[in-house]
Design a protein around this ligand. Structure first.
Ligand code: VG1
Ligand code: CO
Length: 543
């Protein structure tokens, strides 16, 4: 039976950020809170009546309840079919693939990505469109507007659909297919890469280790690495998805994947290590004694793309988010292909991918991907790296050094100041923004400022404009500092400071990035009064 529930007052805080609506689990547990946002999605997303929807999540606390609510609301809104997965486990890139493969109207992915999970952690709802990618700003703005004016939502009463095993069910006239969420994705990977060659590499003296961080990639990585690629059992660590990610922070970087980092940076047992985040779209790549900066990773994938069967014919173009280093720009120039600079967030790559203007794209925040789906893809990047190593038969460190000695090195680092009081963060940001026009032509960190602005983007495909995407201070020698406020945090504000300088191929390529960037780090602290205004002596996370 279908019924409607009236809301006393609409929620006014359901504005999606960089990647979906992210709030604490507690906020999502408020009466009608989740339902309100889902209603706004179903009223706004095109094609709901009679359409197919993909549904799943990273397995965090709240996943099962949300799937039940969305199924019953989807039936009330006339969806003809929902495809969900066993135990609701579905990585973000796998969801993107299922949307495309099933010609669905879109998908709902339940994840707060790398944010902590559990009753005291965060929950999130991401909406993807028919192309498999994150909803464009126009759609998320419309969803937000709808949520603010909502008076009621509709759902049907129905028994909970069992998700333990694959099966075929129905709620009223709506079909619910529970499928294995790993299979289709694994098949896609087999089409993109030469598994035989990677298998040969792993068979030789090239031990690999993968940390799933108790999040969604465990089952995927086990099937790929320990199954098809023949790596020994135990290669995948923390491979069972847990509702609270074992209490950890499923963010693949040197701070939160410290155990893995230690294995590779200080131990000798492994030649290659990797980790993914909560929902499987981010990746960190490590070699013996070496960490691959994500901006470099994108450049290296672009420069070596032809070793993978899927990209053997070359790349249409590449793109990176604005704060990502220009390492890939240099490769694009050499390959004589286009290189686009987009705002932060994967949704901005969608049009370029759909229009066939780019093949690879990435972000400094451990995100890399290609036109195979419309999300960044952690395990795809891991397989791509293994493909390159299988072809080149050298260490990760050698791949890096050879890359730099050919293209030069972009020293790069991001400093995050997390959970700052919101007024302090905005005060700092607004003050810096107001200073920018006067900086041009002035000295900064021993160089001269050539450009200083708030980044805006004009989409080359549909002409849409996006303003205020981060403060840039560009210096005459190509180095720069970017300052942004995060759009994914749930506690206070997070300030991100991105630092970059370029060393040509004949220069000093073996410095510690923090050292190479020291004058920029000091320069931006003095200018923006970071320590003083945040009250923090050092960043919370340095990558
Ligand atoms: C962060 C990253 C951004 C990424 C976004 C979503 O956003 O900086 O590059 O696209 O997270 O990634 P922000 O606004 O906090 O800087 V995920 O893996 O959290 O979906
Ligand atoms: Co993620």
């Amino acid at each position: 039976t279908q019924r409607q529930v009236h809301l006393n007052t609409p929620f006014n805080d359901q504005k999606p950020g960089t990647s979906g609506l992210r709030k604490s689990s507690k906020q999502f547990e408020q009466t009608n809170y989740l339902e309100s946002f889902i209603e706004a999605i179903f009223q706004t997303l095109p094609g709901v009546e009679g359409g197919t929807l993909i549904l799943g999540g990273d397995g965090r606390y709240g996943n099962h309840r949300a799937i039940d609510v969305i199924l019953r609301m989807g039936a009330a809104h006339g969806l003809s079919r929902v495809i969900t997965t066993t135990n609701g486990i579905l990585s973000t890139p796998a969801a993107s693939h299922l949307i495309r493969a099933n010609k669905a109207i879109g998908g709902i992915i339940l994840s707060a990505s790398h944010n902590q999970g559990g009753p005291d952690g965060d929950f999130g709802v991401k909406v993807n469109g028919a192309n498999g990618g994150p909803a464009a700003e126009s759609l998320t703005n419309a969803i937000y507007a709808c949520s603010q004016a909502l008076e009621k939502y509709s759902l049907v009463d129905a028994d909970v659909i069992p998700l333990e095993t694959p099966g075929h069910h129905a709620i009223g006239g709506m079909t619910v297919d529970v499928i294995d969420g790993v299979e289709d994705y694994v098949e896609l990977m087999q089409k993109l890469f030469d598994f035989g060659r990677i298998k040969d590499l792993i068979k030789t003296d090239f031990p690999v280790v993968f940390d799933a961080m108790h999040a969604v990639t465990g089952p995927y990585a086990k099937r790929l690495l320990e199954g098809l690629l023949g790596a020994p059992t135990g290669t995948v660590r923390n491979g069972v998805p847990l509702e609270d990610f074992g209490g950890g922070h499923p963010d693949p970087n040197l701070t939160y994947a410290a155990e893995l980092a230690d294995l590779l940076l200080n131990g000798k047992a492994y030649s290659f290590g990797a980790a993914c985040d909560g929902d499987g779209d981010r990746n960190m790549i490590l070699g013996r004694g070496c960490f691959v900066n994500p901006s470099d990773s994108l450049a290296i994938l672009a420069a070596n793309a032809n070793v993978a069967p899927a990209y053997a014919d070359g790349l249409a173009g590449v793109a990176r988010s604005m704060p990502t280093s220009a390492a890939v720009d240099v490769v694009a120039k050499q390959l004589n292909i286009d290189c686009f600079e987009t705002p932060t967030g994967w949704k901005f790559f969608g049009n370029l991918l759909d229009a066939g203007r780019i093949t690879l794209c990435g972000e400094e925040s451990f995100g890399t991907g290609s036109n195979h789906v419309r999300e960044k893809d952690g395990l795809w990047a891991v397989l791509f790296w293994l493909q390159i190593l299988a072809e080149r038969r050298c260490s990760v460190a050698d791949v890096m050094t050879q890359h730099w000695s050919r293209f030069g090195r972009h020293y790069y680092s991001r400093h995050d100041y997390e959970a700052i009081a919101s007024e302090n963060a905005h005060g700092l940001y607004n003050r810096l923004e107001s200073m920018l026009p006067r900086l041009i032509g002035q000295p900064f960190a021993g160089r001269q400022v050539s450009q200083a602005d708030n980044f805006s983007y004009s989409d080359p495909v549909d002409g849409s404009e996006t303003q205020s995407q981060g403060l840039r201070i560009l210096l005459e020698d190509g180095s720069r500092v970017v300052v942004r406020l995060s759009g994914t945090g749930t506690k206070g504000a997070t300030l991100r400071v991105y630092l970059e300088c370029y060393e040509p191929s004949h220069g000093n390529l073996n410095q510690d990035p923090q050292h190479a960037l020291a004058d920029l780090i000091n320069g931006i602290d003095a200018l923006a009064e970071i320590q003083k205004r945040t009250g923090m002596q050092r960043p919370t996370v340095i990558t």
